[in-house]
Every structure is written in C-alpha cells, then in structure tokens.
Design a protein around this ligand. Structure first.
Ligand code: SF4
Length: 482
C-alpha cells in the first residue's frame, strides 16, 4: 500500500487488477526474463511467436497482430520513422525460411484480461496433456514436428472464442444485400466515390456533394476521421446519403473503436439500412493535430474486424458466443494497398483479408499501372481474384501542393515522372487540367484489367467533388455495363 493513496492505485493501467498466486508471479518473471531479451516480449498474454516467424509483433505501434498496415514501407514504420516496420521484418524472415503460409492464420485480438500475464502456463499445460513421451517423439520426427508444436501452441494462440484459421470462408448466402453487391456480382464495372465528411454540423454542403456525384456512381464512401482528424462521422454522413437516395459505404476504422463498439455499431447500422461496410485499420493518431488522441495499440485490426463481422453475419454470433437472433446484413469490404511494403507481402495480407471474409476491396491510390499489374499477378498466384471484387483507387491531382503531399503519403507511390509532368503544367498555369488528364489516362489503362480482376473504379476526389461527373463521363465509365 502506498503512503497517501490506498489500495493498488500505483499499479500500471495495463496490469489486470487481480491478485496472482506466487506460482503465477514466478512464471511471469521467468517468462519475461527469457523472452524479454530474446524477443523483446511485452507479455501480451496470447503469444503468437509460433506464427510470426519468431518475431514479436507487439512492437508494432498500432499493435497489429495480423500483418502490416497500408502505410508500411520496406524501410521504416510510418508511425515511428526511427525504426523498421516489424511486420516487414516478420514477412521477410518468413519468406527466407519458407514459413510464409504460417502467416495466413487469422490471429485473435488481445484478451485484455491476460495482458501482463504469462503464456507459458498454458503451453506447459498443453504439453503435459500430450505427455512427455509423445511430445519428445513428436518433436524428434520431422514428419510430426509441426503438428506437435501446433498441438502445444495453438490452444494458447487461438482461444475458444476466436478459433482463427487459414481457410477461405465463403459468404453463407450469395443473395446480394446491396445495389453495389448486386452490380458487382452481376459483372458490371462499377464506380464508387468518396465524399469528404464536413468539418462542422451543417449537412448543406454534404448534401450538395452527394447530389453532384450520385448520378455517376453506384455507392458513396464516407471516410472515418481520415488522418485521425475529427470530422462528421461516417455513420451520420451515411444517414444523410440515404436521405438523398445514394447508397452509402460505411467506413469503420479500428482506431478509436473497441470490439464492443464495433459489434454494437454494426447491428445498429444494419438496422438503419447500411449494407456496405469498409473495414480499415485507420491512420495512426500520430497524424492527427495535437493534442493527440490515445496512441496505445488498437483493440482490433482490420482483418480482425472483417472476421468478427463475417461471423456475426454468417454464424449469427457475437464474439463472446451469444446468439444473434437477427444477424446483420452486410457486404463486407476492406482496403487493399498495392504499393505498401512489397507486392508479394501485400498479396499475402490481401489473401488473409479475403479468407477472413472480405468480399470487395477498394485500393489505395494508384498512379503506376505497371506496379498495379505486379501486385495483381501476386494476387493471381494466390487464386483469390475470383473471390473478391477489386475497385481501383484513382484521384485527380489538383495542384502542386497536393502532388507534394502525395509524394509523402504512406502507402501511395507517386512517380517522379508524374510529378514532373504536373510541375511543367503548373508552370503554364494548367496543373488542375493536367491532373484530370492523368486520371483519365489511368482509368483508361485500369479498365483493360477487367479480366484480371479489376471490377471497378473508386474515385477519391479529395474535396474536388465537381470534377467527378466529368471524369466518369469522359472516361466512358457510364457505359461499362456487362
Ligand atoms: S507475442 Fe506476446 S507473449 Fe509472444 S513475445 Fe510478443 S508480447 Fe510476448
């Protein structure tokens, strides 16, 4: 007990407020003293090392447990440029040792009650259940080694309430739940568009912007506090959108959202008529204006969000196992990032999202078609192109200020040649028109990849909503039906 405050208030917020036995405390100290120096263990209580190439993923500042975020690079973590992306290191090592497919298992979010506690207790208990003899025999023989290790580690890694795997989970029903899904499933080449949520409580401009783009698109996305900057919520914008007869895509970011709020919001959203949901991990709060939001690790990542939503929809279950009498009706989407880290690694992450339940992808901005093709080829090698609809992200660069920003945006590759082309046009006072021409050329080329899995265009006008009708019409997208 401390001198002036009673109880255990000095205890770090992370540690569960429970009294541990002497044995548990000893095991915890032992585990930390071995795994700390070896792996930089942070005692998350659900050890994943057996599926992460023996590198602890909890070094990721977002706490991502299923792969890198869309802003990752091969050189550094975009949240903290002083260190490498730990997930890039995990993928790199797994690739070198031929363990890549181990990374496919959908890993659970933390069980916060276990954080700060040992994982070894569970591991020892599992080994004891198998018996010393059978563990020794299983480990000696190369034929049974992997299976024996899995029997010992899997129950610790995959608690009853999660049971993640590496399998593809097809949607239970093939009946479309939204116009976006209906059109994509029937083979139409669709257009979606992002409308920026307003910074104030007025919906006048928002309604105007929705009306401008509505005749030219199938569904409209509303970002969820992009760049960690508070704006009107995606949810509220979607409500306005439905009043304007435009089908919304509800973007939900893992940042600022717990597993509890995700489940509650998704039931509410479905009850109100939202069908299309885009799960994103979300930009780090480090990008937000100060004073900054909590920058602790996320409760969930985008893959875990997809997994939870699919199970709610198809198995009619909450994460805690309770039955959902009327499950939500959802068309589940996720973001794909052709230019993050390395296309081969990124394809692995996209594959994992598809297995978890993603039915459509909207990609990050594309300015390099050859690079997009490399990424598509990696997806093709993984045989997932017939399981997901891909909508390629395009924007119209309006100014040199925007071009400079794009050069520095995590997950976006803005080629030097495109920059110079815009610069030249800018000197002649023509940057915005050149930006439109670049977008039209990109769309013309992207359309030729329809047979290779690109099923639509996702326009991100970044505030320039008036340009959307022209881009859609001049690129011939209005005529691209089956
Ligand atoms: S995954 Fe968790 S238990 Fe395993 S080394 Fe990392 S922090 Fe420690």
């Amino acid at each position: 007990m401390t001198g002036l405050t009673p109880g255990r208030r000095w205890q770090p917020a992370y540690s569960p407020f429970q009294k541990d036995s002497f044995g548990e405390k000893t095991l915890r100290v032992l585990e930390l003293s071995v795994k700390g120096p070896l792996f930089g263990c942070r005692m998350c209580g659900n050890c994943l090392l057996s599926k992460t190439a023996l590198i602890c993923p909890m070094e990721c500042p977002k706490g991502l447990r299923n792969g890198p975020c869309g802003g990752s690079t091969s050189e550094y973590c975009y949240v903290d440029k002083s260190r490498p992306c730990v997930w890039y290191e995990i993928y790199d090592r797994a690739h070198k040792f031929g363990w890549e497919e181990d990374l496919m298992e959908v890993l659970p979010p933390l069980d916060w009650e276990k954080v700060g506690r040992d994982s070894w207790g569970g591991i020892f208990r599992n080994a004891a259940k198998l018996g010393a003899g059978s563990v020794a025999r299983g480990l000696i023989s190369p034929a049974t080694r992997k299976e024996t290790i899995d029997k010992i580690f899997r129950p610790v890694r995959q608690p009853e309430w999660w049971q993640g795997d590496s399998e593809y989970h097809a949607p239970k029903s093939s009946e479309p739940v939204s116009e976006l899904q209906r059109r994509l499933d029937s083979g139409e080449f669709v257009v979606t568009c992002e409308v920026m949520p307003p910074l104030s409580a007025s919906t006048a401009k928002l309604g105007e912007h929705i009306d401008i783009v509505k005749p030219f698109i199938t569904a409209v996305n509303f970002t969820d506090n992009q760049a960690a900057m508070p704006r009107m919520s995606s949810w509220a914008c979607g409500e306005v959108s439905m009043k304007h007869d435009a089908e919304p895509v509800l973007q939900m970011s893992a940042r600022n959202r717990s597993r509890g709020s995700l489940q509650s919001e998704i039931i509410g959203a479905s009850a109100l008529g939202f069908r299309n949901v885009l799960c994103v991990t979300g930009d780090s709060a480090r990008l937000s204006p100060p004073p900054r939001d909590q920058m602790d690790i996320n409760d969930l990542d985008a893959i875990q969000m997809v997994w939870v939503l699919r199970r709610m929809r198809d198995e009619g279950k909450y994460l805690d196992g309770r039955e959902l009498k009327y499950p939500p009706k959802l068309f589940i989407g996720a973001v794909a990032s052709p230019f993050s880290s390395n296309p081969k690694f990124q394809a692995l992450r996209e594959h994992k999202k598809v297995n978890a339940g993603a039915q459509f992808f909207q990609t990050n901005l594309i300015f390099d078609i050859d690079g997009m093709e490399v990424w598509l080829n990696e997806l093709a090698k993984r045989n997932i192109l017939d399981k997901v609809h891909i909508l390629a992200g395009v924007t119209t660069v309006r100014s040199m200020k925007m071009a400079r920003k794009l050069m520095d945006t995590p997950g976006v590759y803005f080629p030097q040649a495109t920059f110079e082309r815009l610069q030249k046009a800018d000197e002649a006072g023509n940057a915005a028109e050149e930006g439109v021409q670049i977008a039209l050329e990109l769309i013309a080329r992207i359309k030729t990849y329809r047979a290779q899995g690109i099923h639509g265009i996702h326009i991100m006008p970044i505030g320039w909503h008036d340009i959307v009708p022209r881009v859609v019409e001049e690129s011939g997208l209005t005529k691209m039906l089956v």
